[in-house]
Design a protein. Structure first.
Lengths: 192, 192
């Protein structure tokens, strides 16, 4: 019951963040977006920052769970990772909301820690897939850590370009796929 | 005199943005950071958004002027571009302030237009330098537009990683230099 309430609050936080933006996000608005009262939200979370920290923590957990469930083939693991990053609903406001939190990271250490975790997970998944793929003879030899850093940096760049420039994320996906092709002699099917 | 006042206001806007952040930036604070009164600022700029738009416009102009003055050698032009992006004072708050404006771009079309101009300039400089360098026999053959898109995406990714993760920009510079080495058979001296 407790966990259910917390989850309801966290889901409402995500929706409210997308709707109102970071600066205008309040406990009242989160309550209005859920079946939970403002008092109940305050019972679980002292401040808006604490609530957003829980929201980011949940995001990291779901991202990790999503990538951990993947098939064993390292090519499939890389393709699934790119799908999970790039196959979003184009009307989704989530990238904008997430960018606002990233811009706030210098002022809130807990946010920064969550983003570092997310980055660590992303890079570890790429690095392991590249190493496994080289070992299995699917990919040409490469420095897996370097490939992982490249992929993470390009994904971050694509996120920023989507929000600041209004650019299609598919442009960045092509940049990554061309790089994988040049570096590993492989790219996901039907692309690059 | 007019131009001087405007310039004074724009400089003070940059300093105030770094000091207070986007949400807490006010005309009063900009006046306090300059020798110009709040009334005089209001005479030149109706809203905070208009003032920040002028600030970004000025930023684009200075970036263009900086890159236009470069020596003819295309290798030198690429090296200078990387220096101008990555050789910043590590204590400088400017990347954080700029990221806040980028996060606001979906809500303010004029900001978005400025960031698109900045991106267009950056990519045009890289593309021309790569094309000229290939023609002069300094670089291996490559699709200059693709190289330019890669460099711009990585620079954006590095900016976001610096702000959200607190990562050293030198990490991204290395990613770009390794890419240039692999793609063009060249990288700036003393690096990669």
């Amino acid at each position: 019951m407790e966990a259910e309430t917390t989850e309801t609050i966290i889901r409402a936080t995500g929706r409210s963040l997308c709707e109102h933006g970071y600066a205008d996000l309040t406990m009242q608005r989160i309550a209005a977006a859920s079946s939970v009262t403002t008092a109940a939200i305050h019972y679980h979370f002292d401040t808006k920052e604490e609530l957003l920290d829980a929201f980011l923590d949940d995001l990291v957990d779901r991202f990790e769970a999503q990538l951990a469930c993947e098939a064993g083939d390292p090519r499939q693991r890389l393709a699934t990772l790119l799908d999970s990053v790039f196959d979003a609903d184009p009307d989704d406001e989530f990238p904008v909301a997430l960018m606002e939190l990233k811009a706030q990271a210098p002022y809130h250490d807990p946010y920064r820690e969550r983003f570092r975790e997310l980055d660590g997970t992303l890079r570890a998944v790429v690095e392991a897939a590249v190493d496994d793929g080289i070992e299995a003879g699917h990919f040409e030899a490469a420095d897996a850590g370097e490939v992982a850093r490249f992929v993470a940096t390009a994904i971050n760049g694509g996120h920023l370009r989507q929000v600041a420039l209004g650019e299609e994320p598919a442009e960045t996906r092509r940049v990554i796929e061309r790089y994988l092709d040049a570096r590993l002699g492989w790219h996901p099917e039907g692309s690059a």
